[in-house]
Design a protein around this ligand. Structure first.
Ligand SMILES: [Zn+2]
Length: 299
């Protein structure tokens, strides 16, 4: 690439030098010289903050993990904009944003990248944002992390030496599923532990193994609030990349998970010791087992 076509600036947040194509320079200048990782509108308050009495609309999230990540944005926004009327839309309202904006005379409309199940309304002044980028920067810059407060009682005592396990099984995304051999390896490691299996997955590819006496199969039996209680009380929350791990991390659970394609998607937690994430290769699975052993004092 020829140097003459490039320009550079120092990121306003992380202070790294960023090289950009000369014809993109004005775009970065217009948004205040933030690099792509640091351009976070809520963490850096890059919008008109706290308009008293104004209505502000946030587009909804659907998947569990997205909703958990969204809590950091919610908490930060409510702190920064105490005098606004903020509408946090629910999923079915995604198609009616234009109408809701008209009826409420909304001054600001924020549209999350995870509202990708609905078209972005045209002819409205909409500010788009990435929930992951926002949440990561809120944690880094302001110590605001995804948090889930609600809890509900379980109808059993969580014993010492217990883990929560989410193996997940999704036919559409096979590479993300825990495989049979991995499941057996994890069970072997966890001899003497009670293993609570959670989630709403229909069937794993290995239903017979789930009849193992150390396993308590709680699939489709717990509410979200009960999963939070369980996550907080077991020794570790194990499994693959899924919304359950985001929930566990936001509920003070100790998460160890693998099959992450990108570290950006690992649970966002205040204490890095509370969430360990690994990739989807054999070596990553090995490292996941080692981290599990260390965390559960099995070494
Ligand atoms: Zn930066």
């Amino acid at each position: 690439m020829e140097q003459t076509n490039m320009d550079s600036f120092i990121c306003a947040s992380c202070k790294k030098e960023v090289h950009v194509q000369a014809n993109n320079y004005q775009t970065y200048a217009a948004r205040g010289f933030y690099c792509n990782d640091c351009y976070a509108i809520f963490a850096n308050k890059l919008y008109e903050v706290n308009i008293p009495g104004a209505v502000t609309i946030f587009s909804p999230a659907s998947a569990l993990g997205d909703r958990v990540i969204y809590t950091a944005i919610h908490d930060a926004y409510m702190v920064d904009n105490p005098d606004e009327n903020v509408l946090w839309l629910e999923m079915p309202q995604a198609m009616d944003v234009a109408e809701i904006a008209r009826q409420t005379n909304a001054k600001k409309i924020f549209w999350a990248d995870v509202t990708n199940f609905a078209p972005i309304p045209k002819n409205l002044d909409i500010v788009q944002f990435s929930i992951i980028r926002e949440a990561r920067n809120l944690g880094k810059l302001r110590g605001i992390f995804p948090k889930v407060e609600n809890r509900a009682d379980l109808d059993f005592e969580v014993p010492k030496k217990s883990v929560m396990l989410h193996a997940r099984h999704c036919a559409k995304l096979d590479w993300k599923n825990m495989h049979h051999g991995e499941f057996i390896s994890i069970l072997n490691l966890l001899k003497g532990f009670t293993v609570y299996i959670v989630g709403n997955d229909e069937k794993y590819g290995f239903e017979d193994e789930i009849k193992d006496p150390q396993i308590v199969d709680l699939r489709k039996k717990l509410t979200i609030d009960q999963i939070c209680t369980l996550a907080e009380n077991v020794d570790a929350c194990l499994g693959v990349d899924s919304g359950i791990q985001h929930l566990a991390g936001a509920a003070n659970g100790k998460v160890i998970a693998y099959k992450y394609k990108n570290e950006h998607w690992m649970p966002i937690v205040a204490d890095p010791q509370m969430a360990q994430a690994f990739g989807d290769k054999a070596v990553d699975f090995y490292n996941f087992l080692v981290a599990t052993k260390k965390t559960l004092h099995l070494l």
